[in-house]
Design a protein around this ligand. Structure first.
Ligand code: HAM
Length: 425
C-alpha cells in the first residue's frame, strides 16, 4: 500500500460544516469595510524576503525565527508573507498611490504564514483580516479604525473583546525610553535568556515580547514607555483616548503592549478576548501607527496606521456560541419513476437559473434513498415528481419541518411561487 500523505503541520483544511462560519465572518468584514469606505487589495502570497526584514525588523521573532523563506529557481530569496502591512506598503509605493490620492483606505483578507509553535488558535498558515490607512497623521484615523473593528465585532456578534491601548512614542522620545529600558535590563542581564541578552544589544524593545517566564517577569517591572513620551506624542495619545471616549469605546491603557514588530510609532493597540476556546492565544487582533515605514521602504514621507485581526481565532470564538451558520436549499426534487427524470432535470435547472437553491440526487435511485438525501440536505420543501405530476402539471410541496403540503403549478411561475412561500430564502 502506498504511504498516506497528510496536510502540512499547522496548516488547516476548512471544510463544509465550518466554512459557513468563515463565510459569515468574511461577509460581515466586507460589509463593515464598505460602510467605512475601505477598498480591497490582494497582494501576492510571496514577496522578496528583504521586504519583511526591513519592515518587521531583523531582531523580531517573526523575521528571525518564523519566516518560510526559500530560494526560487532564479536564486531569489522569497518569503511566504508572515503579515500584510509590509506587502500593502510595498504595493502603495510601487503603484505611486500617493500621487493619486492624499488618503488611502485599504483592506485585505488572506492567509499569512509563520513557523510558530502550534497550539489552539496558533497555526502556521492562518488568516488575517487587515486594514491599512495611509496618509493621515491625526488621531481620528486610529479612532476610525478602532471603531471599525468594534462595529465589525458587534456585527458577528462577538462581545467580551477588550481593547488594550498604548503609545510607543516616536523618534524624539523613543531613544529616552530605550535608554531607560537598557539601563534596567543591564542590571538584570544575568537573569535574561540567551536570546534576550542578544536583544539587549540589538533591539532591547523586543525583550518585552519574549515568551520566557523570567524575561516576562522582568519585563512586567520594566520602565513604562508612557513615562518617556514627549509632549506631541502625549497630546496625540490623549486625543486618541478622548475620541474613543466620545464614541463610547471602552479601553484599558496597557504600557506593556509593544506588538512584536519594529515598524510601530505612537499608538499601538490589541484586541484581547480571554476565553477558554482560545487558550493562551487570546489576542484576536492588533495594530497601530507606523508613520515612518512608507518612507523607510523607499516611498514618500506619509504617516499610516492599520490593524490585523486573526480570522481563525474569531471563528473559534463564534463556534463556541453554538449558533448555526449553515445554509440549506429551499427545495429538494426527487423522482418517483424513471420517466420523470428528464422533467426533473429541466425543472431543477430552470429553478436554479431563477435563483432558487435546489438540490437533487444525480444518481436517481429509489425514492426511499432520494428521500434520505432530501433529509440530509435539510431543504425547506421536497417535491416528488412522478407520471401524475408530469401529466397534470401540478405537484405538492412537502414542508420538511412538518405542516400541510402546498400545491404548486409546474410552469414558468414555479420560482415565483416558491419565492412567495419563502421570501427570506
Ligand atoms: P500581528 O499582531 O502580528 O499584527 O497579527 C495580527 C493578528 O493575527 C493577531 O492578533 C492574531 O489574532 C493573528 N495571528 C498572528 N499570528 C497567528 C498565528 N500563528 N495563528 C493564528 N492567528 C495568528 C500584524 O500582523 C500587523 N500586520 C497588524 C497591523 C496592520 N499593524 C498595522 N497594520
Amino acid at each position: 500500500m502506498s504511504q498516506k500523505i497528510t496536510g502540512v503541520k499547522g496548516m488547516n483544511d476548512l471544510l463544509p460544516g465550518e466554512i459557513e462560519i468563515w463565510h459569515h465572518v468574511e461577509r460581515q468584514a466586507r460589509e463593515t469595510f464598505r460602510r467605512f469606505g475601505y477598498q480591497e487589495i490582494r497582494t501576492p502570497i510571496v514577496e522578496d524576503t528583504a521586504l519583511f526584514v526591513r519592515s518587521v525588523g531583523e531582531a523580531t521573532d517573526m523575521v528571525g525565527k518564523e519566516m518560510y523563506t526559500f530560494r526560487d529557481k532564479g536564486d531569489r530569496s522569497l518569503t511566504l508573507r508572515p503579515e500584510g502591512t509590509a506587502p500593502a506598503v510595498r504595493a502603495y509605493i510601487e503603484h505611486a498611490i500617493a500621487q493619486k490620492e492624499p488618503v488611502t483606505h485599504w483592506f485585505y483578507i488572506g492567509p499569512m504564514f509563520r513557523y510558530e509553535r502550534m497550539k489552539t488558535g496558533r497555526y502556521r498558515q492562518f488568516w488575517q483580516i487587515g486594514a491599512e490607512a495611509i496618509g493621515v497623521k491625526e488621531p481620528a484615523q486610529e479612532v476610525e479604525l478602532i471603531d471599525l473593528v468594534r462595529q465589525f465585532l458587534e456585527s458577528l456578534p462577538l462581545s467580551g473583546v477588550m481593547l488594550n491601548l498604548n503609545s510607543l512614542g516616536d523618534d524624539q522620545c523613543r531613544p529616552k525610553y530605550i535608554e531607560a529600558l537598557v539601563g534596567y535590563f543591564r542590571a538584570h542581564e544575568a537573569e535574561l535568556c540567551a536570546d534576550c541578552r542578544d536583544r539587549l544589544n540589538r533591539n532591547p524593545l523586543r525583550i518585552l515580547d519574549c515568551k520566557n517566564e523570567r524575561c516576562q517577569q522582568l519585563a512586567a517591572a520594566s520602565p513604562s514607555v508612557l513615562d518617556s513620551l514627549c509632549d506631541p506624542c502625549r497630546a496625540h495619545f490623549d486625543e486618541v483616548k478622548r475620541q474613543l471616549e466620545l464614541l463610547e469605546i471602552r479601553y484599558v491603557v496597557n504600557p506593556r503592549i509593544v506588538r512584536g514588530i519594529d515598524y510601530y510609532t505612537r499608538t499601538a493597540f490589541e484586541f484581547v478576548a480571554e476565553h477558554p476556546a482560545l487558550g493562551t492565544a487570546s489576542t484576536v487582533g492588533g495594530g497601530g501607527r507606523y508613520d515612518k515605514l512608507v518612507k523607510e521602504l523607499g516611498g514618500p514621507d506619509v504617516p499610516a496606521v492599520g490593524f490585523g485581526l486573526g480570522l481563525d481565532r474569531l471563528v473559534l470564538l463564534l463556534k463556541e456560541s453554538g449558533r448555526s451558520f449553515a445554509t440549506h436549499p429551499l427545495l429538494f426534487v426527487a423522482t418517483a419513476e424513471e420517466g420523470a427524470r428528464d422533467h426533473a432535470l429541466k425543472l431543477v435547472s430552470n429553478l436554479r437559473r431563477k435563483g432558487i437553491a435546489v438540490e437533487t440526487d444525480p444518481r436517481g435511485g429509489s425514492l426511499k434513498s432520494q428521500m434520505k438525501r432530501a433529509d440530509k440536505s435539510a431543504a425547506t420543501y421536497t417535491l416528488v415528481l412522478g407520471g401524475n405530476e408530469v401529466q397534470t402539471g401540478t405537484a405538492k410541496l412537502k414542508p420538511m419541518a412538518g405542516g400541510e403540503p402546498v400545491t404548486v403549478t409546474l410552469d414558468d411561475t414555479l420560482a415565483d411561487q416558491l419565492k412567495k412561500l419563502s421570501p427570506d430564502a
